[in-house]
Structures are given as structure tokens and as C-alpha cells.
Design a protein around this ligand. Structure first.
Ligand code: NDP
Length: 469
């Protein structure tokens, strides 16, 4: 009898190839197809001992025929039109109970649209995080769609996922685009985490005058403490690397213009739709856009002089930077989870915040020691803002003075800290019971007769200002 694969995979690029090898090694016989057939054969030829568990197919028809029904097929192609095109090309071959899983970085609004489009087969949208290495050896997986469809493929997905102390970092997040939504928030947090690390790197480089290898040592030390995380680990790694061409530190030869594929921007846009305040993430997205405007920055420096100045001795310490980053990280995650909480009611999903934190504990780019504590705090009370959870309140009370010192020193000496600064401003606003929006309400009523609520509860909902602008 001919062999049949338990699952299929389309798109043998960086992520798809790694995922197919992972499936072959840890879960199931996998049939693969790629738009460029030569790549399919090259992939199979290079699969080594895993080759017998991979069935290379030269056509979509052959791919579908190679999989045991009801079929499951993972798409790992670029988000957007390629997914729609691939779905259209597959449709004639699929039966109603076959399942297509879009594992690329789809905009969750597209996944919602596809889920509601009445496709003639089952459909899941699935966020995958961890880059190529994660896809090969254990990514974090955030699934969205019908729970029964997730359950069908869960044995394979949990087998290939990263494990946190034995628990797979793969879970169903909710219906429709919930998985891709959670991946979007993940990527927004990733932007913010990276930006805050870049900000403290800048303070060490320009404020303390430290060379990259010394900064690497600091990051390495931080990675043994509360900041332990993949991104701090790689910050240490990239700071320690030497350019083979010049012998200089790698960081010193890399142009300071950040690229982006836009997932952080999606987070910021969706947060605005949801009226969820995520200023740290928004600042991080804006900072990438600022970084891209190199010529304007050069003109600015020529006109005004360079901004970052050496910091006076003992103004802030390396320990202050560690604490500031710790505080910033808590504030940023608190915002990300608040945004996730806002999505549930908005889309009719019941997103489980502790499950989100658990899935992020291993495999993904934002994995960190703190996420287990966040999962714990969120399971105590999912509706409570993380900054109000006793565990994180204790962290914040300890680290906030440092964040304040670092942001103040930066402002006085010309260091741009948009994300850390936004975190501090948000935190101060969030612990101010009597804010300043009374001024905004009065102005709105003045020019637009929008009315306002009174502190004393009386009925007078408009001001005495007779003249309106
Ligand atoms: P690559 O560019 O490495 O590979 C793209 C793959 O898609 C190739 O196999 C390519 O085939 C195929 N492809 C491209 N366009 C089409 C099309 N119009 N129709 C059919 N197939 C097409 O991309 P990645 O593997 O990096 O990314 C794949 C998805 O995974 C994206 O959505 C990405 O955002 C997401 N992702 C990527 C991560 C990463 O770290 N790289 C991390 C997490 C998610 P061909 O060989 O013919 O060109």
C-alpha cells in the first residue's frame, strides 16, 4: 500500500522548510509542495535522515492525494494576497472536511474575513513565533478558528511546539482570527522589548561611553537575573560579535535604520480601534519610523548639534538601567495584556489571558522568565491590570525610582528614550486618581456642547460659558 502523509505543508521558504523538518522529526509523515518545484526537490535532497518521512510533491493535486483524509494542510507563504491565491488554487482539490491552516503572519482582519467567507473546507489561522530556529526546534503556536478543528491537529502541533517545563507552548486562542490577533500583540510587544533594549544600550554607549564588548558583559549579567529572556540573550550576543571585515564590533558597523514588516504597526492600529492604551508599543513603532529618516536626523544634528551627551559620573548606574528596563518591560506587557483583554468583547471572543502568557513562555521571540509570573498573576484575576497584581506591584515599587532617574537623566542630557519615557508617563497617569481630563471635558463642552459629568453628581451637564468658538 502506498504511504500516506498525516499532514501537508505548502511553502518551503525559511519558516516552512524548518517547520516541515520539525514535523517530520517530532510528529508525523509530512507531504510538501512549493511553488518553485526545484526548491521542493532541493529541500527533500537536503533532509538527510528525515527524508523518508517527507513526501515531496510536484503538484497541488499530488499533494492533496498524498495526505490521508480528512486532510490538514499548513500554508507557510507570505501574508496577504499569496494566501488568498494559494487558497484559490487548492480549493478545487479539497473536500468539505479538509482543513487549511494559515501559519504565516496574517493580519487577523484577513483571517476573520477568510473565516467568515464560507470557504468550502475547514480553516484555521495560526500564529507561529520563534523565527527559523523556533520553527525547526520548537516554536510558540497560537491557534484560531473552530475549537474542534484545532483539536484535530493539536496532537501534531503540540508535538512540534516548544515546551515550557514539559508543557507545550501551543494552544487554541479563540475563534476566527484570535490566533493571529494574539500573534500581532506578541509582535507589538516584541517591537517594544527590542526598542527598550536599544534605549538602554544607547545610554551605555553614549551616556557611559562604554564599548560594545563591555555592554555585552552587562547584558550577559542581566540575563542571569529578573530580565532573563531571549532578547536580552541575543542583545548580549550581538554586542559581543566582531566584524570579520574590519575587526570592529559588529554593532559599530551596522547602519542605525530599523526595518519592519509592519506587524508592530498593526498592533498600534488595532489598539487605536480598540481604544486600548499601549503607548510603549506605539512609541516603539514610531521609533522605527524615526530611525528610517536618516537624512533628516543628520540634518537635525547638523543644525542643532548632536543630542546625546556623556552622563555626569554617578548620575545613574548600570543597576538603574537594569531596573528601568525591568519596569519598562512590566509596563509594556501590562499594556499588551490590556489590549488582548479588550479584543474579547470587541470581537465576541473569550480570549484567555493566562493561556496567552503560558504560550509565550517558551519558543517565541518574547519568551522570558517573567512570563510564568505573568501567567500566574493573570490566572489569579484576568481582568486586573498587571500593574495592580501584588507580585508586579512589588517589582514596580522597587524599580520605578530607577526608571524615573533614567528617564530624567536622559531628558537632561539629550538621550531619546521614547519607549521607556512613554512607559513612565503611562504609569504615572495610571496611578493618578484625579487627572487632568476635566480641562479637556470643559473645552469640549465650550466649543462643541459635548457636556460633562460633575464630580458632585449634580445635574448641570454644561458650563456657564456662553460664547462658543
Ligand atoms: P520566505 O520568503 O523564506 O518563503 C516564502 C515561501 O512562500 C516560499 O516557499 C515561496 O515559494 C512561497 N511563496 C511566495 N509567494 C507565493 C505565492 N504567491 N504563492 C505561493 N507560494 C508563494 O518566507 P518566510 O518563510 O520567512 O515566511 C513565511 C511566512 O511566515 C510569512 O507570512 C512570514 O511573515 C511568516 N513568519 C516568518 C518568520 C520569520 O522569522 N521569517 C517568523 C514567523 C512568521 P518560492 O520558493 O516559489 O518562492
Amino acid at each position: 500500500m502506498a504511504m500516506t502523509a498525516e499532514i501537508g505543508l505548502i511553502g518551503l521558504g525559511t519558516m516552512g522548510a524548518a517547520l516541515a523538518l520539525n514535523i517530520a522529526e517530532n510528529a508525523a509523515l509530512v507531504a510538501v509542495w512549493n511553488r518553485t518545484t526545484a526548491r521542493t526537490h532541493a529541500f527533500h535532497a537536503e533532509a538527510g535522515s528525515l527524508a523518508p518521512r517527507i513526501m515531496p510533491c510536484d503538484s497541488l493535486k499530488a499533494l492533496v492525494a498524498a495526505i490521508r483524509p480528512p486532510r490538514a494542510i499548513i500554508l507557510m507563504v507570505p501574508a496577504g494576497q499569496p494566501v488568498d491565491d494559494q487558497i484559490a488554487a487548492l480549493t478545487p482539490y479539497l473536500a468539505p472536511d479538509d482543513l487549511v491552516i494559515d501559519a504565516g503572519n496574517a493580519n487577523f482582519n484577513d483571517t476573520n474575513r477568510r473565516a467568515r467567507a464560507g470557504l468550502p473546507f475547514r480553516f484555521l489561522g495560526m500564529g507561529v513565533s520563534g523565527g527559523e530556529d523556533g520553527a525547526r526546534h520548537g516554536p510558540a503556536i497560537m491557534g484560531g478558528g473552530a475549537k474542534a478543528d484545532w483539536d484535530r491537529v493539536a496532537p501534531i502541533l503540540t508535538a512540534i511546539a516548544a515546551k515550557y517545563k514539559g508543557t507545550p507552548c501551543a494552544d487554541w486562542m479563540g475563534p476566527e482570527g484570535a490566533g493571529h490577533f494574539v500573534k500581532t500583540v506578541h509582535n507589538g510587544i516584541e517591537y517594544a522589548d527590542m526598542q527598550m533594549i536599544a534605549e538602554v544600550y544607547g545610554m551605555m554607549r553614549d551616556g557611559f561611553g562604554l564599548p560594545a564588548p563591555a555592554i555585552a558583559t552587562t547584558f550577559r549579567r542581566w540575563n542571569d537575573g529578573v530580565l532573563q529572556s531571549y532578547l536580552i540573550e541575543i542583545a548580549a550576543g550581538v554586542s559581543a560579535a566582531t566584524d570579520p571585515l574590519t575587526g570592529a564590533s559588529m554593532l559599530d558597523v551596522i547602519l542605525d535604520k530599523a526595518g519592519q514588516k509592519g506587524t508592530g504597526r498593526w498592533t498600534a492600529i488595532e489598539a487605536q480601534h480598540l481604544a486600548a492604551p499601549i503607548p510603549v508599543i506605539e512609541a516603539a513603532v514610531a521609533a522605527r519610523n524615526v530611525s528610517a529618516r536618516l537624512e533628516e536626523r543628520q540634518a537635525g544634528e547638523a543644525l542643532y548639534g548632536p543630542a546625546p551627551q556623556h552622563l555626569p559620573a554617578a548620575m545613574i548606574t548600570e543597576a538603574d538601567l537594569e531596573s528601568a528596563l525591568t519596569a519598562g518591560k512590566i509596563l509594556c506587557y501590562a499594556q499588551g495584556f490590556t489590549m488582548s483583554g479588550a479584543a474579547g468583547p470587541a470581537f465576541g471572543w473569550d480570549l484567555q489571558l493566562p493561556a496567552i502568557a503560558r504560550v509565550w513562555r517558551a519558543g517565541c521571540i518574547i519568551r522570558s522568565a517573567m512570563l510564568d509570573d505573568m501567567a500566574q498573576a493573570l490566572s489569579e484575576d484576568p481582568a486586573r491590570n498587571l500593574i495592580l497584581a501584588p507580585h508586579f506591584a512589588a517589582h514596580l515599587k522597587r524599580t520605578l525610582p530607577s526608571l524615573r532617574r533614567v528617564v530624567s537623566a536622559a531628558a537632561l542630557h539629550g538621550h531619546a528614550l521614547p519607549a521607556l519615557g512613554a512607559g513612565l508617563a503611562w504609569f504615572d497617569a495610571m496611578r493618578t486618581a484625579r487627572g487632568t481630563a476635566n480641562m479637556i471635558q470643559a473645552q469640549r463642552d465650550f466649543f462643541g456642547a459635548h457636556g460633562f459629568d460633575r464630580l458632585d453628581g449634580r445635574d448641570n451637564h454644561h458650563g456657564p460659558w456662553a460664547v462658543r468658538g
